[in-house]
Design a protein around this ligand. Structure first.
Ligand code: ARG
Ligand code: ZN
Length: 474
């Protein structure tokens, strides 16, 4: 799904889009001597992200994913039908989806049975008749078997992770194709609907709002509707035994919190502060971008991290206040505004960490300045390996290390000092507004900060983002 950007942003990214065209070729031009006639070619098999070269595909723009499935934790067996609605962005005689899931029994395009091949995570489809530029088409994929985890370059796991009572489902940066055929890139957002049938007594918790919940013959079917554009990596449909609490925040946003009974007591403080966090961040960053909020607190200790799954952050163990604030802040920065390429990860993690620092100060804890100064941040020795990585391109091993988180947040704090309080807050709000439901790159942020401040910030961003070494003056 492509969201039109405001003018300034469109201008600022024009150069990047042109560069992207090298790796993801656009439509071939019409046949010579026959202007306007369709000229079919295969969509690109990759979006060109150097950290995950198999990710994403070209030639189409997904509008909506509909996944209807059953899952039995006892056998770990999934039986699924995925319906993908997309618009062709070129005359297409072949396109790829990203899929690492179980065996496919049938695939149709616009209702016609279609051939396909699989090669690693590439699901290669040759649609007949061929979609022309601008045409909508529907792909239905039926598959069944045992989905599983994906291991990342840093050794962490994601994807479909079986737990003792269900499955923990997360996808940053590359886990979603483990269970959903998709265009797995944050630059192609779509709306989602999940219809999940699980044994009675278990709950399936997805992004967005619960439309219905119905039990027949020992199985309960949950229908979840995620109504705003979402990057594939933020999708979840997590299954387990949960204590569910529904409420409404002071601003009127419905909240759905599902907690593993073993973690209710330990997570109570963090969960009880969600409404306060929602109000605080709305005041700071601007309107909350989604129709609902909440959280999923599950027991999957082998995962060891939390994720800002859209509308409902997910925790793999007891939720802490600091991490909850971080994941709620991500709803604006990361989820509504997503990184264009994974090297831009500091735009996610630095912003969410800075939100966490600000919430801590607001909540009576350490001031942002004290956190900036601390021994885990600016207080680290210049010789520390912490400073020896370029923040604007940390590499796949350091996407989720303290570098994008802490140095990212420090960069924002230094910018606040450089441009002043009022301009800084305007930059944060503009960032959320201009790129709402879309994606953006580091150069877009620099452009915005320079426009809003009226300053040339080349030297500033150079020491914070593009050079190795501890910044000493800026
Ligand atoms: N974005 C998540 C957070 O900051 C961390 C995700 C880590 N993912 C991973 N595959 N290691 O809360
Ligand atoms: Zn984060």
């Amino acid at each position: 799904m492509t969201i039109p950007r405001l003018r300034g942003a469109a201008l600022a990214t024009a150069g990047l889009l042109a560069a992207g065209a090298l790796v993801a070729p656009g439509p071939a031009s019409a046949a010579p001597g026959n202007p306007g006639a369709p000229r079919f070619s295969p969509g690109a098999p990759s979006i060109g992200d150097l950290y995950f070269p198999d990710q994403g595909n070209g030639g189409y723009d997904v509008q909506h994913y509909d996944l209807d499935f059953s899952y039995d934790p006892a056998t770990r067996f999934m039986d699924a039908t995925a319906t993908i609605t997309a618009r062709a962005t070129q005359d297409l005689d072949q396109f790829n989806l990203d899929f690492r899931g179980p065996e496919i029994s049938s695939l149709t395009v616009n209702g016609k049975k279609n051939d396909f091949t699989r090669d690693g995570q590439e699901l290669i489809v040759t649609p007949r008749p061929k979609p022309k530029t601008g045409q909508m088409f529907t792909v239905v994929v039926k598959y069944a078997g045992i989905p599983g985890p994906v291991t990342d370059p840093d050794g962490s796991i994601e994807g479909w992770i079986p737990t003792d009572d269900g499955a923990f489902v997360v996808g940053e940066p590359q886990g979603t194709p483990a269970w959903l055929p998709s265009n797995d890139t944050p630059t192609d957002k779509a709306t989602f609907r999940f219809t999940a049938k699980v044994p009675e007594g278990l709950t399936a918790v997805g992004n967005g709002q619960l439309l219905s919940q119905q039990t027949t013959d020992g199985w309960t079917t949950y229908v979840w509707d995620n109504t705003e554009p979402m990057a594939t990596y933020l999708a979840t449909i997590t299954i387990g035994r949960f204590v569910v609490t529904e409420s409404v925040t002071p601003s009127g946003v419905p909240s759905y919190v599902a907690i593993d009974p073993r973690l209710v007591t330990g997570s109570a403080n963090a969960v009880s502060q969600i409404p306060k966090m929602m109000e605080f961040f709305t005041g700071l960053f601007g309107p909350y971008p989604f129709a609902s909020t909440g959280a999923i607190v599950d027991y999957a200790p082998q995962v060891g991290y939390a994720l800002e799954t859209q509308t409902k952050p997910i925790f793999s163990n007891t939720a802490s206040v600091g991490t909850m604030a971080h994941e709620i802040a991500h709803q604006w920065y990361g989820n509504s505004v997503s990184p264009e390429r994974w090297k831009d990860i500091w735009l996610n993690e630095g912003f969410a960490t800075y939100g966490q620092w600000m919430y801590t100060e607001y909540n009576g804890g350490a001031t942002v300045q004290a956190t900036f100064n601390s021994s885990s941040n600016y207080g680290r020795a210049a010789s520390s390996s912490f400073w020896q990585i370029v923040l604007a391109d940390p590499g796949p091993m350091d996407m989720f290390s303290s570098i994008p988180y802490n140095r990212g947040a420090m960069t924002l704090h230094a910018l606040r000092g450089k441009v002043g309080e009022e301009t800084f807050l305007r930059i944060l709000r503009q960032w959320a507004e201009i790129h709402k439901y879309s994606h953006a790159a580091t150069t877009d942020f620099i452009g915005l900060a320079e426009r809003e401040s009226g300053q040339d910030l080349t030297a500033f961003f150079d020491v914070w983002l593009f050079q190795k070494g501890k910044p000493t003056s800026w």
